[in-house]
Design a protein around this ligand. Structure first.
Ligand SMILES: NC(=O)c1ccc[n+]([C@@H]2O[C@H](COP(=O)([O-])OP(=O)(O)OC[C@H]3O[C@@H](n4cnc5c(N)ncnc54)[C@H](O)[C@@H]3O)[C@@H](O)[C@H]2O)c1
Length: 421
């Protein structure tokens, strides 16, 4: 491990490889590239200090470089102990962006890295899961006077921020990037769908065809995972607690049942709820020998790992990202990626093409905050609709897809009530 001024990364000699992979990801991020070109000319973030807590990947590197060319003074830290790509972290340091992230870091180092990023005294915060913002609100309140605003990337982070707001404790405006349609409709669904399957495949090399795959949670991410597993020939079972989403899963052609019932028949379990202990002791007790457990939700609390440990007589790492738990009754269960988001732990996270839209939202929201700093209230904002539409428009354009627009007659018709049968 090497420490450079304001940085803590695995190995700076990985930088050349990281730079090439960052360039590769950048090829699939045309919307962000357009923003970057405008930022280079206009410098909308000139001199603004940013502390960003994100998965340190090649896509995040492209975002950080965009913010830097826009004039920002940015420091990065990891938003998960197991999601860092060490080569991307090394390249970022060489690009002059202080980075604090080491794949496999423990919780103590994880929070040390967050605190290093906060020592930068941010004027803007960028978060993924709200650990950075929670640290500011719990332990570093003195920083709040300098903060203009922030952004939050994921569902779990937005839920935490709304709870902070409800308790009357939120201290600065934050934009919920996850709420943009150009974020969750694509990143959560197609990104998590594909990359979760990719992570599990890379960790295990299993054949999906014919497997009984239990997807716990049929939200944006769960829909994507279920859809992709079905496409690979798996028999997909969906678990939900919301009747509307359960009904949707039924009509999308999936079997829906309680988790206890599914526990008896599933081959692979994938949690993606943002909730706690959705698979626990009583479920492990009835699972088949050889069942595989993976999580793609934000935190490693969806599978009750302490209970799994208690039920087991031994544990060994049989392959990278695969822990074999031998239970006292002799059955073996396999936990992937220590229960952390498997698409980032065992694979590379979302493909760049979807992160293009998520991070375009990030860049444009940060610009919006700086531009409107005097008018903003202390609350959780959605992404302005004009930003969302602009990103969808640019993405379509970059894909060479043209669409129609309304005629004057149609516009008139769609905004009036007079015409009927
Ligand atoms: N792995 C990644 O790269 C990635 C990407 C985006 C989001 N996420 C994370 O994935 C999680 C889900 O995100 P989302 O956007 O799909 O959220 P969502 O709110 O759209 O969906 C979550 C679903 O889980 C269901 N649920 C909650 N508790 C449950 C339980 N006990 N049993 C069964 N179902 C339950 C909810 O009813 C809801 O339908 C969040 O933690 C989010 O931050 C991960």
């Amino acid at each position: 491990m090497a420490e450079y001024s304001n940085s803590d990364i695995r190995d700076i000699s990985l930088a050349a490889e990281g730079k090439q992979r960052i360039e590769w990801a950048g090829r699939e991020m045309p919307v962000l590239k357009l923003i970057s070109q405008r930022f280079a000319a206009k410098k909308p973030l000139n001199g603004i200090r940013i502390s960003a807590c994100l998965h340190i990947t090649t896509e995040t590197a492209n975002l950080a470089l965009t913010l830097k060319v826009g004039g920002a003074d940015i420091v990065l830290c990891a938003s998960n102990p197991l999601s860092t790509q060490d080569d991307a972290a090394a390249a970022l340091v060489e690009y002059g962006i202080p980075t604090n992230a080491i794949k496999g870091e423990d919780d103590t180092i994880y929070y040390k890295h967050i605190n290093t990023a906060l020592a930068h005294k941010p004027q803007l915060t960028v978060d993924d899961g709200a650990d950075l913002v929670a640290t500011i609100h719990k332990e570093q309140k003195h920083l709040i006077k300098d903060i203009i605003g922030g952004t939050e990337e994921t569902t779990t982070g937005v839920i935490r921020l709304r709870s902070l707001e409800r308790d009357g404790k939120l201290k600065y405006p934050i934009f919920a990037v996850n709420d943009a349609q150009t974020k969750h409709l694509f990143d959560n669904r197609y990104g998590t769908g594909q990359s979760t399957i990719d992570g599990i495949t890379r960790a295990t090399n299993i054949l999906w065809a014919g497997k009984k795959v239990v997807v716990v949670g049929y939200g944006w991410c769960g829909r994507g995972v279920a859809m992709r597993a079905k496409g690979l020939g798996s028999q997909v079972i969906v678990i939900e607690v919301e009747p509307l989403r359960a009904l949707e899963a039924v009509m999308d052609g999936f079997r829906v049942m309680p988790i206890l019932e599914a526990s008896r028949i599933g081959d692979i379990f994938i949690t993606i709820t943002g909730d706690k202990h959705v698979i626990g002791k009583k479920h492990f007790e009835v699972m088949k020998d050889g069942a595989i457990l993976a999580n793609s939700g934000h935190f490693n609390v969806e599978i009750d790992i302490p209970s799994l440990e208690k039920l087991s007589k031994s544990k060994r790492r049989i392959r990278p990202f695969v822990d074999e738990y031998t239970l006292k009754d002799g059955r073996q269960l396999f936990l992937l990626g220590e229960g952390r988001l498997i698409n980032l732990a065992a694979a590379e996270g979302h493909p760049a093409s979807v992160m293009d839209m998520s991070f375009a939202n990030q860049a444009l929201c940060l610009e919006h905050i700086v531009k409107n700093r005097r008018q903003l209230d202390t609350k959780v904002y959605g992404v302005p609709e004009v930003v969302d539409k602009q990103i969808a428009h640019l993405k379509l354009k970059s894909m060479g897809v043209e669409i129609d627009s309304l005629t004057a007659e149609q516009e008139q018709y769609l905004t009036s009530w007079q015409e009927g049968t």
